[in-house]
Write a protein that binds this ligand. Structure first.
Ligand code: HEC
Ligand code: HEC
Length: 426
């Protein structure tokens, strides 16, 4: 090798060494965020290598299921990785869910995730996370607990067990990120790695990527149109929406849910009637009460016990579902836990006229279906007559005190819809 070649080699190796030394090492926060995002988007974590969290919670549709938003009066539930299985519940947005506290009882059951609250946030996570505050913080554990469900749910990603989830994650090209975010890391420890996976997903779901607060409602100074402002006034006042879809914190902070549960009296959705009615929170309470001891954390059993002692037992919560966030609501059709409503006008008009235009009170009227609502046959709206709202899925616990007969005009319904449309992130 001649002299000049040696010096060139020397210079190149020096540059490589220097380059490595200066290559920016990811902070634990950056590593955890990237890990969570990578897992969230990884289709290899499903039985058919064809489905990730993103498949049913896509940013293009407000982190709900894009397939449903495209045809909201026909596709009301998501299809699993196997291409045929479905559940009986409409996929909610996975954004703005991070704020839901671990379930507690305070005269009402509050907190948890899923329509029935079964990701309660009472499962302890202690995973050696290098991001401070992320190890055992109960605020985040509902999200992490939720994130462990879909991988092995037969109607979703349908993997056989958590061992298989961990094996596939350990073999992924992003697996090196574990060492930057967690300590210790040991992929042969399946329970702890499965918990670390969940914590990483929760961290991503809690990030500003999924919670942008960038809608017209959040803009300062306000860019709401006069019509949207009228809608906001009704939302806070005459229509009483903010009783449950609370606006605490206002622009930039409000998530439009008080994390409680209620029964709006939504009718059976004929499209998925064969799947049966979901009992909501009442069903979950029943499960906790009848489970052998040790199945659920003691802290949760205590919370459920407190409610039951106060008369809030399984029967009192039958048919109650989690109060939804309304952020990005205009792009997450259909609406309601069973997807009965294909558009915003129909669900707002349902709040407005459920009781006076109930089929039970108008036996000669035609009961509406999602297809009829999609075609504009919305009872009492803009001159539509002769159509009525079918009976609720669960009659006994329907909320008649706060909704069902609001006395709003069609123009007022339109203003509320206009306001809801102002909650879409830009
Ligand atoms: C096949 C479609 C599908 C896939 C895949 C899927 N989800 Fe879901 N997701 C749903 C449905 C349906 C629900 C409602 C189920 C229920 O409440 O019982 C839901 C509920 C949720 C919720 C609760 C939101 C709330 O406000 O209660 C979150 C968060 C969520 N999913 C995140 C995820 C994550 C993270 C993954 C990946 C690990 C994932 N989902 C995979 C369909 C899906
Ligand atoms: C008493 C509490 C309460 C009040 C008052 C209330 N809501 Fe709701 N809202 C809920 C609950 C609970 C759900 C989920 C119910 C379900 O699907 O079973 C919900 C769901 C919704 C949804 C569908 C969300 C989705 O992602 O599917 C919209 C839209 C909505 N509400 C708008 C409104 C508007 C507009 C008002 C005022 C006219 C209002 N709500 C008043 C409790 C309430």
């Amino acid at each position: 090798m001649n002299k000049s070649l040696i010096s060139i080699c020397l210079i190149i190796s020096l540059m490589l060494v220097a380059g490595n030394a200066f290559a920016k090492q990811k902070t634990p926060e950056e590593a955890l965020l990237l890990l969570g995002k990578s897992i969230y988007n990884d289709q290899n974590l499903s039985v058919g290598f064809n489905q990730s969290c993103k498949s049913c919670h896509n940013n293009k549709s407000g982190f709900a299921d894009q397939a449903n938003t495209k045809n909201p009066s026909k596709n009301v539930v998501s299809i699993g990785s196997d291409g045929i299985s479905t559940g009986n519940l409409n996929a909610p947005t996975a954004a703005y869910a991070y704020d839901s506290p671990a379930m507690y009882y305070d005269g009402l059951f509050i907190g948890g995730l899923f329509w029935n609250g079964r990701a309660t946030g009472h499962k302890p996570f202690n995973v050696g996370c290098q991001v401070s505050g992320y190890d055992v913080d109960p605020l985040f554990s509902s999200l992490a607990e939720q994130a462990q469900g879909p991988f092995t749910n037969p109607a979703e990603m349908a993997l056989p067990d958590s061992t298989e989830v961990v094996a596939r994650v350990a073999a992924a090209d992003y697996a090196y990120l574990f060492n930057l975010a967690f300590s210790p890391v040991d992929f042969t420890n399946v329970p702890r790695t499965f918990d670390q996976i969940a914590i990483a997903i929760a961290y991503y779901e809690e990030s500003s990527i999924m919670n942008q607060f960038s809608s017209a409602y959040d803009t300062v100074p306000s860019t709401l149109t006069p019509d949207q402002l009228d809608g906001l006034t009704l939302f806070l006042g005459a229509a009483q929406c903010a009783l449950c879809h609370v606006t605490d914190g206002g622009p930039g902070a409000a998530v439009f849910t008080d994390f409680s549960y209620d029964n709006l009296g939504i009718p059976i959705n004929p499209i998925i009637a064969d799947k049966g009615v979901d009992p909501g929170l009442g069903g979950f309470i029943e499960q906790v009460l009848t489970a052998p001891s040790g199945v659920y954390p003691l802290s949760l059993v205590t919370v459920i016990g407190d409610g039951v002692l106060a008369g809030d037992d399984a029967a009192a919560n039958n048919g109650k579902h989690k109060v939804s966030t309304l952020r990005n609501i205009a792009i997450t059709t259909p609406y309601g836990h069973n997807g009965f409503f294909p558009n915003l006008t129909s669900i707002v008009q349902f709040y407005n006229t459920r009781d006076p235009l109930a089929c039970s009170a108008n036996p000669t009227f035609i009961p509406v279906t999602p297809a009829l609502l999609d075609a504009g046959m919305i009872p009492g709206y803009n001159g539509v007559t002769g159509y009525c709202w079918p009976a609720p899925e669960v009659e006994t616990t329907v909320n008649h005190a706060e909704l069902g007969n609001l006395g709003l005009s069609p123009a007022q319904v339109d203003s509320i819809v206009a306001f809801l449309e102002a909650l879409t992130d830009q």
